[in-house]
Design a protein around this ligand. Structure first.
Ligand code: HEM
Length: 123
């Protein structure tokens, strides 16, 4: 028997879609973060993030976006730093807690998202 992927254990497409929508609502209400997203088409951004997380959590992905280093490189000159990464991660964790996702699954998600830190910050 193969173990269910994290994507499946989180609840699949519907759960990821709901999570990412709430996650960006939180980000866009946070004045320390929303300037970074000011000129983006947020529907497109949300769909890219759904595809990325689907892939990162082992789901049937079709992510064709940029790698994390390239996608965030241009934000460094606009001040992107570790406190922003931490704030984004905290919003994802709070979203999952609000949705009553079990804490062991939240830990798995946060480990995977945390593993992108050096790339996002171009370290
Ligand atoms: C926490 C881990 C993060 C992940 C997994 C992540 C994921 C992504 C993904 C999948 C994209 C789409 C790439 C593409 O356009 O092809 C993206 C773009 C973007 N991310 Fe992140 N991100 C993270 C952290 C951050 C942080 C901390 C910020 C700033 C506060 C940020 C701001 C942006 C912006 C503004 C874009 C659009 C860039 C552009 O189109 O020019 N991200 N991110």
């Amino acid at each position: 028997m193969t173990e269910a992927t994290l994507y499946e254990r989180l609840g699949g497409e519907a759960a990821i879609t709901a999570t990412v929508g709430m996650f960006y609502d939180r980000i866009m209400s946070d004045e320390s973060l929303n300037p970074f997203f000011a000129d983006l088409d947020m529907d497109k951004q949300i769909n890219k993030q759904i595809a990325f997380m689907t892939m990162a959590f082992g789901g049937p992905h079709d992510y064709t976006g940029e790698d994390m280093r390239t996608a965030h490189a241009r934000l460094l000159s606009r001040g992107l730093a570790v406190e922003h990464f931490q704030a984004v991660a905290n919003h994802l964790q709070a979203t999952l807690e609000t949705l009553s996702v079990p804490s062991d699954l939240i830990e798995e998600v946060m480990r995977i998202v945390g593993s992108t830190k050096a790339e996002v910050l171009n370290e």
